[in-house]
Design a protein around this ligand. Structure first.
Ligand code: ATP
Ligand code: MG
Length: 274
C-alpha cells in the first residue's frame, strides 16, 4: 500500500509498514507487532514527546553507562527493526557497551537476521547469536544469553523487555535500565532505572549524554536514582494529558462545536518520534 505523506499519522503508519514487512521476513515476531501497538498507545497518552522526567532518567542512565565496568544493551526483534541505527550510534558513543541479541521468541534464523541488520547499521560485534549461558531461574529459551555479555554484565539496558526477565536480571545483582513507554508494565516497575520514553528518542538522547564529559568520579559508586518518583512522574504526565483532553471535549460539548484532536505531538514541545 502506498502511504500518503499528508496523512496526519504518516510517521506512525510508515513505522507500522516497516515492522509488518520485517515480521513477514521473520526478523520481528508476530507478538512483537502487538507489543508495538501497546507502546504506541502509551506514547499517545504521554503526548509523543520526551517528558522532563524521562529526560532526567536518560541523563542518569548515561551516567550509569559511563560508570559501568561491563554494560550490555539487549536487542530483540522490535529493537533491531525500529532502531538498528540508534543502537549503532550509541555503541560508537560508548565503546565499552556490549550489544547482545536477546530474544523472547528465539529461532536461530531470527537471531541471525537481527545480527545482519545490526551489522549493516554499523554495530561491530553482536553477542548472543549463539547463546553460551543461561540466566538462572528463568524457564525456556528466554534464559539463554552470552557468557561474555549479559551473564557478566553489571549494567543491562533492556528496551521493550519482559517483566520476568527484568526481575531475573535484578535477582542476579545487575543494575537494570529499562526503556519502556508503559510505566505500569512489570518491566518499568521492576527496573532500577526505568526510562519511560520511546525507544528511538531514548537511545538518541542516551548517545548524546554519553558523549558528554564524565563528571568527577564518585569512588566507583553509581549515582542514586529514584525510580518510584520517575514512574510517578510518567503517570502524572498521562493523567494531565487525559484531564486536558477531557476538558477540551467538555468545552466543545458545551459550545456545541465539533472538536478536533490536536495534531500529534503538538500538546507540548520537545522531540518527536522520527
Ligand atoms: P511486562 O512483561 O513488563 O509487564 P508487557 O507484557 O506489557 O510488559 P511486553 O510485550 O513484554 O509488554 O514488552 C513490550 C513493552 O514495550 C510494552 O510495555 C510496550 O509499552 C513497550 N514498547 C513497545 N514499543 C515501544 C517503543 N517503540 N518504545 C518504547 N517502549 C515500547
Ligand atoms: Mg510481558
Amino acid at each position: 500500500m502506498r502511504l500518503s505523506r499528508s496523512h496526519p499519522r504518516y510517521a506512525s503508519l510508515k513505522v507500522r509498514a516497516e515492522l509488518a514487512e520485517l515480521a513477514r521476513a521473520g526478523l520481528v515476531a508476530p507478538e512483537g507487532l502487538i507489543a508495538h501497538g501497546r507502546g504506541e498507545t502509551f506514547d499517545y497518552l504521554l503526548g509523543e514527546r520526551t517528558s522532563a522526567s524521562a529526560r532526567a532518567a536518560e541523563r542518569a542512565a548515561a551516567d550509569w553507562l559511563r560508570h559501568a565496568r561491563h554494560p550490555v544493551l539487549s536487542v530483540n526483534g522490535n529493537v533491531a527493526a525500529l532502531a538498528a541505527r540508534e543502537v549503532a550510534v550509541l555503541a560508537r558513543a560508548c565503546p565499552g557497551l556490549g550489544v547482545e541479541v536477546n530474544l523472547f521468541h528465539r529461532t536461530p534464523g531470527r537471531a541471525r537476521a537481527i545480527e545482519t541488520r545490526l551489522r549493516a547499521a554499523g554495530v561491530r560485534e553482536v553477542l548472543g547469536v549463539r547463546p553460551t549461558a543461561r540466566i538462572p531461574g528463568l524457564p525456556s529459551d528466554r534464559a539463554r544469553v552470552d557468557r561474555h555479555g549479559i551473564l557478566v554484565a553489571d549494567v543491562c539496558v533492556v528496551p521493550l523487555e519482559d517483566g520476568d526477565r527484568t526481575g531475573a536480571l535484578r535477582a542476579l545483582g545487575k543494575r537494570v535500565i529499562a526503556i519502556d513507554l508503559n510505566p505500569l508494565s512489570r518491566t518499568s516497575q521492576e527496573a532500577d532505572l526505568p526510562i519511560v520514553d520511546e525507544l528511538r528518542r531514548a537511545l538518541g538522547n542516551l548517545a548524546t549524554d554519553v558523549r558528554k564529559r564524565t563528571p568527577a568520579p564518585r569512588d566507583g559508586r553509581f549515582r542514586a536514582f529514584d525510580r518510584r518518583a520517575a514512574l510517578a512522574a510518567a503517570l502524572v504526565t498521562i493523567d494531565r494529558n487525559l484531564t486536558r483532553a477531557a476538558a477540551r471535549n467538555r468545552r466543545a460539548s458545551r459550545t456545541g462545536r465539533a472538536w478536533s484532536r490536536p495534531a500529534p505531538g503538538t500538546a507540548g514541545r520537545s522531540r518527536r518520534t522520527p
